[in-house]
Design a protein around this ligand. Structure first.
Ligand SMILES: Cc1cc2nc3c(=O)[nH]c(=O)nc-3n(C[C@H](O)[C@H](O)[C@H](O)COP(=O)(O)OP(=O)(O)OC[C@H]3O[C@@H](n4cnc5c(N)ncnc54)[C@H](O)[C@@H]3O)c2cc1C
Length: 390
């Protein structure tokens, strides 16, 4: 049986581990996942906003999320282990993109692309918006786009644990250790070195190390354009209810959504301040200075909010084109990459996990063709830009 060692046991590494042995007729691989922190304190999968949308600008991201939502809807049965039926708490109130006059053209272009893929999405005028969400100000909004189904949120940590428990039930071993290097034999990797000094022998190695994936690639002499980009998330309560509140992407660039009886929100820092691998410290001053005024301008009831908590996590940002990098690099025969998801990796973990497992097992994609996300585009300088990175 071929030995696979996966570096990183977050949602991506755990989804790959599950899909490698998902065929109940055959245990195809002996799988070991090396994860340095079983409490996942810095893992993006545990610090995510855990949402899923179909409103992307590229066909490949739409197709991956369409598979993601279908997987999430039936996840309880697919990933059940005996009587234990996982529940990730999926809800589907939609994403609402608000466009200023300058953003209308792009919103319309994206809408055409989404409709061509049968995404259940509708454009709305400010008047339609006001009628549907009377708690919202439409100031500065020229057009909006609302996902009518297939978009919403869930619990990311439960998702990661559901994949992990299912993979363990199939025989995958999780080893708590820090991977420190790769043992090589010419163009092949033969093992993963860990901090105890031991080497885990491998026929195949998968890099699923999230925001730290560039270090793993460098051990094989490969330049992976992925960096940790810090994102702060703030949680707050509001005395008023906002019926039907979707995940709102405001014209200011902030996003907000309900989380139980509270709300969470965040923002993408301007490019000049979006530096690589900053410490995971919450940018509290941004909430007072920028986020709260923008929240209250969009939802007047948010004048009266109370901040209840905050955290920071890394987007594992592919700085080349903001999309995942999947598969082999020509410099190494058996080191597979599943990296650079740039803020949309949780919703893509079913499609990426299944796709990478197919590459490892069959040498090519069998279900959804993910070759648009291969290393080739980077080596040939053909970026596949995703315009809708939040
Ligand atoms: C604030 C925030 C909001 C987000 N919102 C969304 C969203 O709404 N929807 C969405 O789809 N995505 C979202 N994302 C992105 C999503 O969370 C990530 O794309 C996804 O979790 C990546 O999963 P991963 O398994 O690759 O990385 P991780 O979950 O970070 O897992 C990587 C693991 O590798 C381990 N590791 C690294 N190096 C080593 C080593 N040398 N040895 C051993 N172990 C190692 C780490 O400990 C870690 O557990 C968000 C991310 C953040 C931070």
């Amino acid at each position: 049986m071929r030995r696979v060692v996966i570096i990183g046991g977050g949602a991506i590494g755990s989804a790959i581990a599950y899909f490698l042995n998902a065929d109940p007729k055959e245990k195809a691989f002996d799988v070991t996942v090396v994860e340095r922190d079983f409490s996942y304190t810095q893992a993006s999968s545990a610090l995510s906003a855990s949402s899923i949308r179909q409103q992307f600008s590229t066909a490949i991201n739409i197709e991956m999320s369409l598979y993601g939502i279908s997987f999430f809807r039936t996840l309880g049965q697919t990933l059940r282990v005996g009587d234990n039926v996982p529940d990730i708490g999926l809800v589907e109130p939609g994403y609402l993109y608000l466009a200023s006059p300058a953003g209308v053209e792009v919103l319309r272009e994206n809408h055409a692309m989404q409709r061509a893929h049968a995404v259940d999405v509708a454009l709305m005028t400010p008047d339609e918006l006001q009628a549907r969400f009377p708690w919202m100000s439409t100031e500065g909004v020229a057009l909006a786009s609302l996902g009518l189904s297939g978009e919403g949120w869930y619990d990311g940590y439960s998702l990661l644990q559901a994949f992990r428990k299912k993979a363990v039930s199939q025989g995958t071993r999780y080893v708590q250790a820090h991977a420190t290097g790769l043992q090589r034999n010419g163009a092949a990797v033969t093992g993963v070195q860990i901090d105890s000094g031991a080497t885990l022998p491998a026929d195949i190695v998968v890099n699923a190390a999230g925001a730290w994936a560039a270090k793993v690639a460098a051990w094989a002499g490969i330049d992976l354009p992925v960096h940790g980009r810090r994102r702060s998330v703030f949680s707050f309560s509001c005395p008023d209810k906002l019926p039907g509140c979707p995940l709102v992407i405001d014209t200011s660039g902030i996003w907000l959504r309900p989380e139980g009886r509270k709300f969470i929100c965040g923002f993408a820092p301007p490019a000049t301040r979006d530096l690589d691998d900053q410490p995971l410290e919450v940018e509290h001053e941004v909430f007072e200075r920028f986020i709260w005024p923008a929240l209250a301008a969009r939802v007047p009831a948010f004048e009266a909010i109370r901040m209840t908590g905050a955290w920071a996590g890394y987007y594992e940002m592919n700085v080349f084109d903001h999309n995942a990098i999947l598969g082999l690099h020509p410099a190494c025969d058996n080191l597979y990459f599943a990296n650079g998801f740039s803020g949309h990796g949780l919703q893509q973990c079913p499609a990426a996990g299944r796709g990478v497992a197919e590459l490892v097992r069959f040498g090519g994609y069998r279900s959804l063709d993910l070759s648009a996300l291969s290393f080739a585009r980077i080596l040939e300088n053909r970026p596949l830009f995703e315009k809708n990175v939040i």
